[in-house]
Design a protein around this ligand. Structure first.
Ligand code: SF4
Length: 316
């Protein structure tokens, strides 16, 4: 077997640092050395600066280096639904999304495939990919891995999930999540700076930090807002997501078994407002998980006949 990526032979691509040989089998993320995707389509449910009018060219990668009990993409992140795709085909897919009018290509849950995706992005750029590349990750990433993406990624769209390490471990199986994510965000910000928009209000570069507000203040949102304000100033772009609902295995935990309440979200918005953040994306509270794409257990992952998002626009 050809082994083009030595870093996969003793994998420390992400902070889980499994040390496993992914040419022999999967690590804790569930991914071996082959790229696997579930769905590629024009997504109209991202923040308006990403979806714009024509959609964000979203590619959902199978597996994940976190194991969030409440994951809204549970079938692909943890059950591994998806199909294998060569790097060549993946590069073609990005070009295809561009030719269908996508404002950007949006790589969802890419971290565990970083070595392969560096190759894909270089191939795609060589073949004419001109639109911005969005790295849509969970924030649990190594600095050394992120540094290899410098110059290849235009927009970083990381989560900052937890302020408290104990909850990162309990709900996502991630050691030291807050300190690792903060360091990753600093690296991303040093590469691309604050979010920049074109004359039509579409993002062209920069950092946009997402935070899913959990019920019962489990995500430590206030602390996260203070950390972001202190580290990046008031102009860092934030997306404060209210779309939590008990997906995946969340109902195994009583404290995760309900959606967010209006008063909890208002508290968050008040804090963000008081800290003077200048770019905040918010959401309407909804009990319906209708922003989640219709993932496929089998079949063509490229939604070629129907290049549009099957959920609704959910960012206000
Ligand atoms: S990318 Fe996967 S195999 Fe590699 S260290 Fe992370 S979880 Fe483990």
């Amino acid at each position: 077997m050809i082994r083009p990526y030595p870093e996969l032979e003793n994998c420390t691509v992400c902070p889980q640092a499994c040390g496993i040989d992914r040419y022999e089998g999967p690590g804790s993320c569930g991914a071996d050395h082959r790229l696997q995707i579930n769905l590629a389509h024009l997504h109209h449910g991202e923040e308006p600066v990403l979806s714009g009018t024509r959609g964000s060219g979203t590619v959902f990668f199978s597996h994940c280096n976190l194991h969030c009990r409440f994951c809204q993409n549970y079938q692909i992140s943890q059950l591994g639904w998806g199909d294998y795709i060569t790097e060549e085909k993946c590069a073609e897919l990005l070009i295809d999304l561009q030719s269908h009018g996508a404002h950007n290509v949006n790589l969802v849950s890419p971290t565990h495939y970083t070595p392969q995706l560096i190759n894909v992005l270089k191939m795609a750029r060589d073949r004419g990919l001109k639109i911005p590349v969005v790295w849509n990750s969970n924030g649990y990433e190594n600095l050394s891995t992120l540094q290899k993406l410098s110059g290849l990624v235009d927009i970083y769209l990381p989560d900052f999930k937890y302020a408290h390490a104990a909850y990162g471990l309990k709900y996502s199986s991630a050691r030291d999540y807050p300190s690792i994510a903060l360091a990753a965000l600093r690296e991303m910000h040093s590469q691309v700076g604050n979010l920049q928009l074109d004359s039509e209000g579409i993002a062209v570069s920069g950092l946009l930090v997402r935070h899913l507000v959990l019920p019962h203040r489990l995500s430590g949102t206030k602390e996260i807002l203070y950390l972001l304000r202190e580290n990046f100033g008031p102009d860092v772009a934030l997306s404060l997501m209210a779309q939590y609902y008990p997906a995946g295995r969340a109902r195994e935990y009583p404290e995760l078994s309900r959606g967010l309440e209006q008063r909890e979200y208002e508290e968050v918005l008040e804090t963000a407002g008081s800290l003077g953040f200048t770019q905040i994306f918010t959401q309407e509270l909804s009990s319906q998980p209708d922003w989640t794409p219709d993932f496929r257990e089998a079949g063509d992952p490229v939604d070629r006949d129907n290049l549009h998002f099957r959920g609704k626009e959910n960012h206000a």
